[in-house]
Ligand binder design. Structure first.
Ligand code: F6P
Length: 373
């Protein structure tokens, strides 16, 4: 019987997903006479058995196309909203896999996807994953599909903000995606020559950012660019959060736990407005007019960069050869230009933060950027 492999894309989309689907499918069909089908909208399409045959024709012309031809969602197999209920659809996913006589299922995704892929592995499926997210926070790989494209977009945005900041002698605060990690803000901040770079890994003080702007003023620089990751927190935010988390941990009854959880939710919501607040505070503290730009999903849209197409093709084709060899339960990543095969257990549930001794942090400081600490 001809072999058949399933593929799905899950979590936030990124440029380069189609390039990866194409590479995987072409290598499976061309090198190993293996067919491929795609499931729509991540794990939801798998649970509901909504699929499409990805033959030569379907894979043609998608290398340069942004987004994912399969659609995506943030649904989890074990907790899926169906109608007005939340159901465990793990068994439905297993049944779809069996109905199609799949030899393996390839899941393209970030942190959440890896946890879900692990669950399906534990349910007995032959799972492989490819790491994708513009956040670049998947462990076991130097870089994820989509990061380079987003880095280019965010850097270009900072370049463009420079000219208008100079003309108007303003502070330009630019928010860059990255809820938990600062790879994108740090990379784009350095590449775009931001004067201050704020990332979740280094809690900041507003006064310290204001001091950096004043120092620039004294040196005759009448504008400043502040690159801030969406998840960057002040030192005070971090203290509040730690306190609330400790309260939740030590709560000895359900009601207290609920109350503590509500406080945490409130804090998280309040922190999501940090960028706008920061611009106001900086204007007040420095007397310099400030404006905010939130780049948002622009960073996830459009055609993948050449580097992302190369990465997606490298990982997709390697994944096909692993399936041919019967190696499952792994993520295909890359370190030092080589592809690496990492057990899912090492990836699922972990997050790759920017290490405080990372060369980018040292370079940013030496090149004159303030990091708000
Ligand atoms: O996980 C990637 C990411 O782009 C984050 O940087 C961002 O916080 C989040 O997705 C946004 O998610 P959504 O598209 O679901 O709003």
């Amino acid at each position: 019987m001809t072999k058949c492999v399933g593929v799905l894309t899950s979590g936030g989309d990124t440029p380069g997903l189609n390039a990866a689907i194409r590479a995987l499918g072409k290598a499976l069909q061309g090198c190993y006479s293996t067919q491929m089908i795609g499931f729509y909208d991540g794990f939801r399409g798998l649970a509901q058995d909504r699929s499409v045959r990805l033959d030569e024709g379907a894979l043609s012309g998608i290398l340069t196309v942004g987004g994912t031809i399969l659609g995506t969602s943030r649904d989890k197999p074990h907790k899926m909203p169906i109608g007005n209920q939340v159901l465990d659809m793990t068994e439905a996913c297993v049944q779809t896999y069996e109905r199609h006589h799949l030899d393996a299922l390839v899941c393209l995704g970030g942190g959440g996807t890896h946890k879900n892929a692990m669950r399906l592995k534990e349910a007995g499926l032959n799972i492989l994953t490819l790491p994708k997210t513009i956040d670049n926070d998947v462990v076991g790989t130097d870089v994820t599909i989509g990061f380079d494209t987003a880095l280019g977009i965010a850097t270009e945005a900072i370049d463009r903000l420079h000219s208008t900041a100079t003309s108007h002698h303003r502070i330009m605060v630019v928010e860059i995606m990255g809820h938990r990690v600062g790879w994108l803000a740090l990379g784009a901040g350095i590449a775009g020559g931001a004067d201050v770079i704020l990332i979740p890994e280094i809690p900041y003080e507003v006064e310290s950012v204001a001091a950096a702007i004043r120092k620039r003023g004294r040196a005759g620089k009448r504008f400043s660019i502040i690159a801030v990751a969406e998840g960057a927190l002040t030192k005070a935010n971090v203290e509040e959060l730690h306190k609330a988390l400790a309260q939740k941990k030590s709560a000895d009854n359900k009601d207290e736990k609920k109350k503590a959880a509500a406080v945490i939710d409130q804090l998280v919501t309040a922190h999501s407005h940090n960028t706008l607040r920061l611009a106001e505070q900086l204007a007040e503290l420095t007397g310099v007019e400030a404006r905010t730009t939130i780049l948002g999903h622009v960073q996830r849209g459009g055609a993948p960069s050449a580097a992302d197409r190369l990465l997606a093709t490298k990982l997709g084709t390697r994944c096909a050869s692993l399936i041919h060899e019967g190696r499952y339960g792994v993520m295909v990543g890359t370190t030092k230009q080589e592809t690496v095969v990492v057990p899912l257990e090492e990836v699922a549930g972990n997050r790759k933060y920017v290490p405080l001794d990372h060369p980018w942090i040292d370079s940013a400081r030496r090149a004159g950027a303030a990091l708000g600490d």
